[in-house]
Design a protein around this ligand. Structure first.
Ligand code: PAF
Length: 283
């Protein structure tokens, strides 16, 4: 059985562990997660291992990025299998603070990101989200001081937000995006897929199918408006309620009308029952 990675739960213990890694002149990659690890996370860890000598994975379900109406309480927590997966990947360190270690009594500072964080996509439906993400990722970066940090492209707006934040605040971290890992039928892997009832799970691959078809039509020169309306119809017909289905500039997330003005990214968020899924692809 592979040896379990070291687990630290306090900031002083984290500092000591990181000093130990750095004393060996190792460069460090951080993979921030909220646990409930799946093959998508494993691919982030594998990319981290290719980009640095030592890999730290944080597991922290961050309350500040959930609205009171959202699933913080029921978010899947699978500690034992997470540790087993990370042991199999030979991760060096797991940073697993509790809420008090991350947000001690009297905590009163927040990062309020702008630019890609107010692009009118996720932020329109989850206005609390990127403030919570930026604050916790800012803390994770200063706690771990990694050379590189790996984030999944599945949360594309989040990837843009943390990239911008690292640059704006001179955090000295290179943020690297890792491609989305999909189930065989195209559904993007997500810790929230466990919420899907069997018939919802069956409908879920329609999101990727509709995006792929719409992107192919755009590449063939069809007009953006008509293509996006048809794509939205297909998604709705499969039983989803769309929050958004849009094309944006892949770097700035600004609205974009022509493929030639790209790189173009297609992004969506849609609900089926009470489960909200997000996905995106390059056009
Ligand atoms: O993508 C996630 O899992 C979370 O938003 C992150 C980046 C770990 C911050 O809590």
């Amino acid at each position: 059985m592979p040896r379990s990675p070291m687990v630290v739960r306090t900031v002083p213990a984290l500092r000591r562990a990181l000093d130990g890694l750095r004393a060996r002149k190792a460069d460090i990659a951080l993979v921030p997660t909220m646990g409930a690890l799946h093959d998508g996370h494993v691919s982030l860890v594998r990319l981290a291992k290719r980009r640095a000598q030592k890999v730290v994975v944080s597991i922290f379900v961050n309350p500040t990025q959930f609205a009171p109406t959202e699933d913080f309480g029921s978010y899947p927590r699978t500690w034992k299998s997470d540790v087993a997966r990370l042991a199999a990947e030979k991760v060096d360190l797991i940073w697993n603070p509790d809420v008090k270690a991350m947000y001690p009594e009297g905590f009163a500072t927040r990062i309020v990101p702008e630019g890609p964080a107010i692009a009118g996509l996720e932020d329109r439906f989850r206005p609390h989200f990127f403030g919570g993400v930026a604050t916790v990722v800012g803390k994770l970066f200063t706690q771990c001081r990694p050379d590189v940090a790996i984030f999944g492209e599945k949360d594309f707006q989040q990837l843009r937000v943390v990239t911008q934040m690292a640059r704006d605040l001179d955090l000295g971290v290179k943020v690297i995006g890792s491609r989305t890992v999909r189930e065989r039928d195209g559904l993007a892997m997500s810790s929230r897929n466990v919420y899907l009832a069997p018939e919802q799970r069956q409908a879920a691959p329609e999101l990727y199918r509709a995006m792929k078809l719409s992107a192919a039509r755009l590449r063939a020169g069809e007009p953006v408006d008509a293509v996006m309306v048809a794509g939205a119809e297909a998604i709705t017909k499969a039983g989803f309620t769309l929050d958004y289905f849009e094309v944006r500039h892949a770097e700035t997330l600004a609205p974009i009308a022509l493929l030639e003005d790209g790189p173009m990214r297609m992004l969506l968020a849609a609900k089926i029952g009470t489960t909200r899924l997000i996905d995106n692809i390059a056009v």
